[in-house]
Design a protein around this ligand. Structure first.
Ligand code: NAD
Length: 506
């Protein structure tokens, strides 16, 4: 495999950062936070993690910023997000380059991730004029009952490496129009994309005259996140990452009665029924399972196929897998880029060993693709005799386990019999089967699709999942309510004081 050298990639990263207006204050020769590229495994730059005092200052700035920002009318707050959207559009390719360099996404997916940021900005600008409260009928004469939505406070956004910019934008664009300010702690694996986004938002704030404290970036690993989690000035902690991280964050935020939005791991499945359009199904399966090298929270990890079409489905997916080009994500014909790091490759081989020990058969893939650096693998397809413990875990690598079923009820039971509940799909042309899958006793996930794969959500819907996925919802629909506080107001415009429920007092 032909890979560029790290020096070339470093030059590309520097050019993209410069174009986005990132200041030179972050790189440092003796910094302990290493911005690496999974393309070669080399170091792009050394950064200095934020100190506890700097994190505290950032929270204080964001809190001061909030005290001003919350009084700016929401449509004017929308102007900041509109400007951000313009700058993201202008710098789409710079940001996509950084996403590819740091997260290893192929160019098309990296551009798609930046497009998602632009889309959510457009959505949030519209939302800035639609933060509606209801008016309810009061039971008392001469009274009005209504609800008002107010800004909540400082939002801490803790994000994962695999969506280094989209997750931030889902939270930030919506939080800003809601009148909140944001402190962002990106993944320690993708600090450069964060520095570029922060620079663009800073410029947008200057352009529209927003307070400087609307956004603060802090860099570092879990300990920096913990400081945000524990600070009572942070009203909402929106944390995206592994279930392990969520188990640490959730109880700590609950301890201080803060608000928490958790977007954690998935173990997503697709059911393929005998009536499925297999041409379409195979395309959907391959994109969801092998795309982003299996490193999406919504990646397809389990295929539950009717026994009558299992062999044909496996053959066709295998044939498609053999066509997938694994390699340098910057090259136009590459479809599968590198794993983020060595640990992911170790997790993948360990899961494949366990699957084999449980009676599974490796049909194709699961091999390391030779390269001078980085961790490149061919996506693995494994037939399993049953949903054993390894199948019930999320392994953050491209492994697709194939299981079979006889009756749809059995497929749905198997589908739901995992601890996670993020995304799901059914491939069928039978409306009864489709509706059954979407019904209350069907898929138990936050996302349930028909005739498309489990990954690749649009921003218009609410994104998130149930059970160990954490229950949070981000992005479109009415998720904005999580970023605001609701006040119920009763206004008495009469000269009487009737008590509710007919209570008499005096
Ligand atoms: P991770 O849990 O290792 O890290 C995620 C973030 O949490 C990082 O910024 C990390 O520094 C921070 N963190 C870790 N421990 C912390 C602690 N104790 N307190 C505060 N912050 C802490 O996850 P990752 O490897 O970067 O990402 C992959 C995981 O994220 C997968 O499980 C994937 O399914 C999940 N994910 C979920 C969604 C979703 O929307 N549901 C989206 C993307 C990724």
């Amino acid at each position: 495999m032909n890979l560029p050298d790290t020096e070339t990639l470093r030059t590309m990263a520097e050019a993209a950062l410069r174009a986005c207006g990132a200041r030179d204050e972050h790189p440092s020769v003796d910094g302990t936070l290493l911005a690496r590229t999974p393309i070669t495994g080399g170091v792009l730059c050394r950064l200095t993690p934020s100190t506890p005092a700097q994190v505290a200052d950032s929270i204080a700035d964001a809190h001061d910023g909030f005290l001003q920002w919350r009084t700016v009318p929401a449509p004017q707050r929308g102007a900041l997000v509109r400007r951000l959207g313009e700058l993201l559009t202008e710098h789409k390719s710079d940001l996509a380059t950084l996403v590819t360099l740091e997260a290893g996404k192929i160019t098309s997916e990296a551009l798609g991730e930046v497009q998602e940021m632009i889309d959510i900005c457009e959505f949030a600008v519209g939302l800035s004029r639609q933060l509606y409260g209801r008016t309810m009928a009061s039971e008392r004469p001469g009274h009005r009952l209504m609800e008002t939505w107010h800004p909540l406070g400082v939002v801490a956004v803790i994000s994962a490496f695999n969506f280094p910019v989209a997750v931030w934008s889902w939270n930030t664009a919506v939080a800003l129009v809601c009148g909140d300010t944001v402190v962002w702690k990106p993944s320690e694996l993708t600090p450069l994309t964060a520095i570029a986004c922060d620079a663009l938002l800073r410029r947008a704030a200057e352009d529209v005259g927003a307070p400087t404290g609307v956004h603060r970036l802090v860099l570092g690993a879990g300990a920096v996140g913990e400081q945000l989690v524990d600070d009572p000035r942070v009203a909402l902690v929106s944390a995206t990452g592994s279930v392990r991280m969520g188990r640490e964050v959730g109880p700590r935020v609950a301890q201080r009665f803060g608000r928490c939005l958790l977007e954690l791991g998935g173990n997503n499945a697709a059911v393929v029924t005998p009536s499925a359009d297999l041409d379409l199904a195979v395309r959907g399966i391959v994109f969801s399972a092998a795309g982003t090298a299996g490193q999406r929270c919504t990646s397809l990890r389990r295929l539950i196929v009717h026994s009558s079409i299992a062999d044909e489905t496996v053959e066709r997916v295998t044939a498609a897998y053999r066509q997938l080009r694994v390699g340098n994500p910057l090259e136009a014909d590459t479809l599968v880029g590198p794993l983020i790091r060595e640990r992911s490759w170790e997790a993948m081989t360990s899961a494949l060993d366990k699957a084999r020990a449980d009676g599974g058969t490796l049909v194709c893939g699961g091999e390391r693709v030779e390269s001078e650096g980085g961790h490149y693998v061919s996506p693995a397809l494994v037939r399993m005799p049953a949903q054993t413990s390894v199948v019930r875990e999320e392994t953050f690598a491209p492994i697709l386990y194939v299981l079979t079923y006889e009756a749809l009820d059995e497929a749905i039971a198997q589908h739901n019999d995992v601890p996670q509940g993020l995304s799901s799909a059914i491939f069928t042309t039978d409306q009864r089967e489709a509706e059954r899958f979407l019904a209350a006793d069907g898929s138990d996930c936050g996302i349930a699709n028909v005739n498309i794969g489990t990954s690749g959500a649009e921003i218009g819907g609410a994104f998130g999942g149930e059970k160990e996925t954490g229950g949070g919802r981000e992005s479109g629909s009415d998720t904005w309510k999580v970023y605001m506080r609701r006040a119920t107001n009763t206004v008495n415009y009469s000269d009487q004081l009737p008590l509710a429920q007919g209570v008499k007092f005096g």
